[in-house]
Design a protein around this ligand. Structure first.
Ligand code: URA
Length: 438
C-alpha cells in the first residue's frame, strides 16, 4: 500500500526510523511527481534535523540509484573504477587522475558535475576545450571508455533522476549540508554508473563544504560504509583544502595546469601529492596494485612515459575536442584580455588565505555561476598562485589575475590582497590527512 507522505514526514520530523520500503515509496513518489515540492522540502528538512541511521541512508541511496538507469560495462574487460571529490577550489585532480588510471589499465567512466557554490566543476573546466561534449550519447560514452580507458562526462538524462529533483529542492531550502542527504546524493549517481570500486576525496578546510575535521570524518565514514554496504568497494582520503590545490583557479587555466601536470611539470607540489595518493588508492581498491608503493610506481610510470597524456588526448578527441589539443593547447584555450600580477605588499611568508573567497572571486570574474542559467567565461581566474608557507619579498608576484576587463582585474587584485595574509611562516598540515576504509 502507498504511504501517506505527510505521515512519513511527521515520523521523520519526530526522530523516528523509516524502513527501506517506506523510503523507496517516498522516492518513487518524488520521481513520478506525485509528491509535491513542499512535501519534498519538508522531508529534506526533517532529515536535516533528525538525521538518518546507516540502514536508512543505504535505503535512500539505493532508492535514488534505482530511480533511473544503471549503466552496465560488461564486455569492457577491465576493472571499472572512479573517484569523486566533495568539492574544492583549484581542485582539478580528476582531470589528471582519470587518464593516469586509464594508462594503468582501469576503465574510468567518470560522471562529474558543474561548479557548486564556491567550488569549481570538472565539466565547466572541460567545456573550455572547443568541441568537447560533456553530454555524449550512451554509445559514444561507452566508445570513449573502451578506446581511451576514461571518459569524463555529465550525468546522463536518466541517471538517478530522483537526485536531480531532490538536489534542486535542497539547494533552495538550506538542506544541502546534511550527511545522509549528501551521502545518498553522491552515491546514488556513482552506484548508477555501474562501478566496481570507488575512491572518495573528502575535502576539509576553509575552501571545502566541510570546514572541520570531525564533520569531514563523519561524512567520509558515512560515504565509505554506505557505498560498501551497497556493493561497491570504497575507501576515502580526507585532504586539506585550506588553500587552492592547483596553482591555478579558473576553467581554461585549470585545463592548462592539467596539461602541465601530465607533461611532468608539477613535480613536488601538493597537487602531485594528492593525485599520486589517489592513484595508489584507486589501483589498490581495484585490485591492480598490492601496496601503495606498487600503485605509486605504476602511476609514476604512466606519467613519465607520456602514456597518461596520450590517454587524455584520446579522450578529448573521442569526445569531440581537437585532435591536436595536447600538442597545441594555446591555439584552443582562450585567454583573458587583461592579465594583472598581484604583488606582495610586504616581506614575509604567505601565512593563510580565505580559500572560499578565492572561489567566490572566480564567480565575480564571471568564471562561475550565481544562477543555474549563467553562461560562464572560461578564460578568467587566477594563475601562478604561490603556496602557503612560501617566503616572498615586498613587490614579488604571488598571484596573477586573468579578467575580462581592466575594472574587473583591478577589483580582483584588491580582493586577492585582502584574501591572503602575510606574516610568520605557518605550520602546514600534510595535504593527505587520513584514510578511511571499511
Ligand atoms: N555533491 C552532490 O552530488 N550532492 C550533494 O549533496 C553535495 C555534493
Amino acid at each position: 500500500m502507498r504511504m501517506i507522505p505527510q505521515e512519513l514526514i511527521r515520523r521523520k520530523r519526530n526522530g523516528e526510523r523509516l524502513d527501506a520500503a517506506e523510503i523507496a515509496d517516498f522516492i518513487r513518489g518524488l520521481s513520478d511527481g506525485s509528491i509535491s515540492e513542499g512535501q519534498v522540502a519538508a522531508f529534506a528538512m526533517a532529515v536535516w534535523f533528525s538525521g538518518m541511521d546507516r540502514d536508512e541512508t543505504v535505503a535512500l541511496t539505493r532508492a535514488m540509484r534505482d530511480s533511473g538507469d544503471i549503466l552496465s560495462w560488461s564486455g569492457v574487460g577491465k576493472p571499472i573504477a572512479d573517484k569523486h571529490s566533495t568539492g574544492g577550489v583549484g581542485d582539478n585532480v580528476s582531470l589528471m587522475l582519470a587518464p593516469i588510471m586509464a594508462a594503468c589499465g582501469l576503465a574510468v567512466p567518470m560522471i562529474s558535475g558543474r561548479g557548486l557554490g564556491h567550488t569549481g566543476g570538472t565539466l565547466d573546466k572541460l567545456e573550455s576545450i572547443p568541441g568537447y561534449r560533456v553530454a555524449p550519447s550512451a554509445a559514444l560514452f561507452r566508445k570513449a571508455v573502451e578506446s581511451a580507458g576514461c571518459a569524463i562526462v555529465g550525468p546522463t538524462a536518466n541517471l538517478a533522476p530522483a537526485d536531480r529533483r531532490l538536489y534542486a529542492i535542497r539547494d533552495v531550502t538550506a538542506t544541502v549540508d546534511s550527511v545522509p542527504l549528501i551521502t545518498a546524493s553522491i552515491l546514488s549517481k556513482k552506484l548508477a554508473a555501474g562501478l566496481q570500486s570507488l575512491v572518495l576525496d573528502v575535502k576539509v578546510g576553509n575552501g571545502a563544504f566541510m570546514t572541520g575535521l570531525d564533520e569531514a570524518g563523519r561524512l567520509a565514514r558515512a560515504l565509505v560504509d554506505v557505498a560498501n554496504q551497497a556493493g561497491v568497494t570504497t575507501t576515502a582520503l580526507i585532504t586539506d583544502m585550506n588553500e587552492p590545490l592547483a596553482d591555478a583557479v579558473g576553467n581554461a587555466l585549470e585545463i592548462g595546469n592539467c596539461l602541465a601536470f601530465l607533461r611532468g611539470e608539477k613535480a613536488g607540489t601538493r597537487l602531485e601529492a594528492v593525485v599520486m595518493s589517489f592513484a595508489a588508492e584507486m589501483l589498490m581498491t581495484s585490485g591492480i596494485a598490492a601496496s601503495p608503493t606498487e600503485g605509486t610506481d605504476l602511476a609514476v610510470r604512466a606519467l613519465s612515459s607520456g602514456s597518461a597524456l596520450e590517454h587524455f588526448a584520446r579522450m578529448v578527441h573521442l569526445l569531440g575536442g581537437p585532435v591536436d589539443f595536447v600538442e597545441r593547447p594555446d591555439l584552443y584555450l582562450s585567454r583573458a584580455p587583461v592579465i594583472l600580477p598581484v604583488e606582495a605588499p610586504q616581506d614575509g611568508f604567505l601565512r593563510s588565505c580565505d580559500t572560499r573567497e578565492i572561489g567566490m572571486e572566480l564567480i565575480a570574474l564571471g568564471g562561475g555561476r550565481l544562477r543555474p542559467d549563467t553562461v560562464i567565461d572560461h578564460r578568467v581566474g587566477f594563475s601562478d598562485l604561490q603556496p602557503l608557507g612560501k617566503e616572498i619579498g615586498r613587490g614579488e608576484v604571488f598571484a596573477v589575475v586573468h579578467a575580462a576587463s581592466e575594472d574587473q582585474a583591478l577589483r580582483a587584485r584588491e580582493r586577492m590582497l585582502a584574501i591572503y595574509d602575510f606574516g610568520e611562516a605557518p605550520v602546514k598540515p600534510p595535504v593527505v590527512l587520513s584514510r578511511i576504509s571499511s
